[in-house]
Design a binder for this molecule. Structure first.
Ligand code: ATP
Ligand code: MG
Length: 663
């Protein structure tokens, strides 16, 4: 089978998510030679990086980042597991993201195309951005915020979210972003943990066609007691009625108008903290992950440039992530701007006003690089191909995925329907803790395998090990670990060094334990199998959530699936599956049995779910990840645990009701 413009696939690659198998090791998408010829990265990069990883990273740091004081030290691992990278250098993250591009004559380049949900737009050039971040930095200073202080950011996805982060970085204050969708309670606990001095918020934001108030949640959070907070800086977004505490509350536009548009960045040491970000809480109590400046920016810029094959002057890049999670930090606020790219920021939901909104945006701005999450792709599959088909998506040349394993069926759909059967797809594995991408194919080099993140990036040492920390042979499975310090690695958990040690460094001596299960296929490529906590044990067989979910999603009727293990007296655990059917498909008497048989055929009888429940929605975090821990609570008839980071808390009640029905 030949693809439209060069690029052939071996074997019979299914072009629709039809009856392909879950794991299709024979399914390969070799790079298109035309793409390879123009790619930023060349195959030799792997050998070069592995010959001397520290030198490799030092060269990236010198090439991609502008230093105020050049560094002479590369890595100091003597205080392991807290690394110090480029420690005697100094720099400023905001200067790297903004000012240097203006100084280089690119002030007129658009940094941000903003698309508000109601349809309002803004085009912000690098010169505009420099003025805005300077005013904001001066305004922060006027409110008493200085280097080392913490600033909580609770904003919708508007340009001010990026400007607020950069303004903090400009003065060396740490930002701690809390998802705009989180409750007052979640905001309060994060403000308290970080002892923040200021909150930056907005009157509200637009979601699903309505102006949703944000400021009341801040007021509620502060009413619970937050003695460290001195001011609340409020962006006017919706213009809605907003309760006001005089003396404490300050309008953003007024504060910026009163501030000078000139500001000299505060030069900080490479190891100066840049931000705290609380992980999304898929697995339990959120941890304040601490990142610092020099190493973080280096790996962010390197991965963004090479994994997306970014051409800053011509590409239009769009990462759909909210600034409230790490992808919105590294691949919206920092990397694209540090690399001088033009990016799109969209405020709202993908189905407002229609289910074609994303594809309208791609067509309108001629987006060439799109980075999103498997959950979004599966949702689009569920909605049907007619929405993307109605738009010209031919500008797209690289597609990315992050957040969960992408089911092979979703991968092939993404490439065929969104990528014109042509674009490379980069499945990027990383975490809040890793700061930047760690495992991913490189477009133009890697022969792609749907469903696999494949290869540690150049300069990164990642492996799959067994219980005794021995690397598993090809074909084996075990735990994903990182074997060498990397520049963007977390420097700790805010205020809790012990938890840092226990969570990541105690399981295997000298190795970073990521908490994910993984396997190596016969070529040594890495496949993520789901969180170790979610791995099921059925009659002594270890089963992966990702594999069974992919088997379910490969069935033409299924749009999304979540699988958990529920305790069972005879088998240890039984597999319980929750599935969402594709648009237009109704559940009938045979559906559940057909899906059970399908899983048995794809993986084996042992993986056959004992129960399958057809549901309308799955419990997800705001970043779109399935919260299997809550489903496990339901499946085991327990009280549902901490659901404060759930996007829609009504989902759990509906599911619990469905499960009470007899099978
Ligand atoms: P918490 O740590 O609070 O439970 P979280 O792990 O969901 O939350 P993130 O740091 O945003 O918070 O997510 C990282 C995790 O997401 C990884 O450990 C992995 O389980 C999953 N993940 C991310 N990218 C991929 C990918 N490409 N393939 C498979 N899994 C992925
Ligand atoms: Mg995690």
């Amino acid at each position: 089978m030949t693809l439209r413009a060069g690029g052939t696939v071996t074997k019979d690659a299914p072009t629709s998510p039809g009856p392909d198998t879950t794991e299709t090791p024979e399914l390969r998408f070799p790079p298109d030679p035309a793409f390879s010829a123009q790619a930023n990265a060349h195959p030799e990069i792997y050998a070069w990086a592995s010959a001397d990883p520290e030198r490799f990273w030092a060269e990236q740091a010198r090439e991609l980042i502008t230093w105020q004081t050049p560094f002479t030290e590369v890595l100091d691992w003597s205080h392991a597991p807290v690394a110090r990278w480029f420690a005697d250098g100094s720099l400023n993250a905001c200067y790297n993201a903004v000012d240097r591009h203006v100084e280089a004559g690119n002030g007129d380049r658009v940094a941000i195309y903003f698309e508000g949900e109601p349809g309002d737009t803004r085009a912000i050039t690098y010169a505009d951005l420099q003025e805005e971040v300077s005013r904001a930095a001066n305004a922060l200073g006027a409110l008493g915020v200085t280097t080392g202080d913490r600033v909580a950011v609770y904003l919708p996805m508007i340009p001010e979210a990026v400007i607020a982060l950069l303004a903090c970085a400009r003065i060396g204050a740490l930002h701690s972003v809390v998802f705009g969708g989180f409750s007052a309670e979640a905001l309060h606990s994060r403000i308290q943990d970080a002892e923040a001095k200021l909150v930056i918020t907005a009157d509200g934001g637009y979601r699903r066609g309505a102006a949703v108030a944000l400021k009341p949640a801040v007021d509620d959070a502060l009413a619970k007691g937050a003695p460290t907070i001195q001011h609340v800086l409020v962006v006017r977004r919706t213009g809605q009625e907003t309760a006001w505490t005089p003396g404490r509350d300050v309008w953003w536009d007024e504060a910026l108008a009163a501030a000078s548009h000139q500001h000299t960045p505060v030069w900080v040491e490479a190891e100066h903290p840049l931000f705290i970000l609380y992980t999304s809480g898929t697995t339990g109590k959120p941890k304040g992950i601490l990142h610092t400046t020099g190493g973080y920016l280096t790996q962010a810029a390197f991965t963004h440039l090479n994994v997306f094959d970014l051409k800053p002057a011509t590409d239009v890049y769009w990462c759909t992530a909210d600034v409230g999670w790490v992808t919105g930090h590294t691949y919206v606020a920092y990397a694209p701007l540090v690399n001088g790219a033009t990016q799109v920021i969209y405020e709202g939901t993908p189905d407002t006003p229609t289910r074609a909104r994303w594809w309208e945006i791609v067509e309108k701005y001629k987006v060439s690089i799109l980075y999103t999450a498997p959950t979004a792709i599966r949702t689009c599959m569920k909605w049907g191909e007619e929405h993307p088909a109605a738009h010209d998506l031919s500008s797209l040349r690289v597609l990315g995925s992050v957040g969960e394993s992408i089911n092979p069926a979703a991968w092939t759909w993404y490439r065929r329907v969104i990528g014109s059967d042509l674009t490379p797809i980069v499945d990027t594995w990383w975490q809040t803790e890793t700061g930047a991408m760690m495992i991913s194919p490189l477009p133009g080099i890697t022969s792609l395998k749907p469903g696999s993140a494949q290869t540690p990036l150049p300069g990164i040492g990642a492996d799959v090990v067994d219980d005794e920390a021995h690397p598993v042979p090809d074909g084996g499975s075990g735990y994903l670990v990182v074997s060498r310090p990397w520049p963007a690695m977390l420097r700790g958990i805010w205020g809790d060094p012990e938890r840092f040690q226990d969570t990541y460094w105690s399981r295997f001596a000298g190795l970073y334990f990521a908490g994910d299960g993984a396997k190596k296929d016969d070529d040594g490529d890495i496949w993520l199998l789901g969180r170790v906590d979610d791995v099921m044990n059925v009659s002594g067989h270890r089963l992966s959530t990702a594999e069974i979910e992919s088997a379910l999603v490969s069935h033409p009727s299924v749009a999304e699936a979540a699988v958990v293990g529920a305790a069972d007296e005879t088998t240890g655990q039984v597999v319980v599956a929750f599935v969402i059917l594709r648009g237009g498909i109704e559940e009938d008497d045979g559906t559940v049995e057909e899906l059970r048989t399908h899983v048995a055929k794809e993986i084996g009888p042992i993986a056959k779910p004992k129960r399958i429940l057809v549901v309308q929605e799955l419990p997800k975090t705001r970043s779109g990840k399935i919260m299997r821990r809550l489903l496990r609570d339901v499946a085991e008839h327990r009280t549902v645990g901490d659901a404060t980071t759930l996007a829609d808390s009504s989902v759990m009640a509906l599911i619990a009701k469905g499960l009470d029905k007899p099978p």
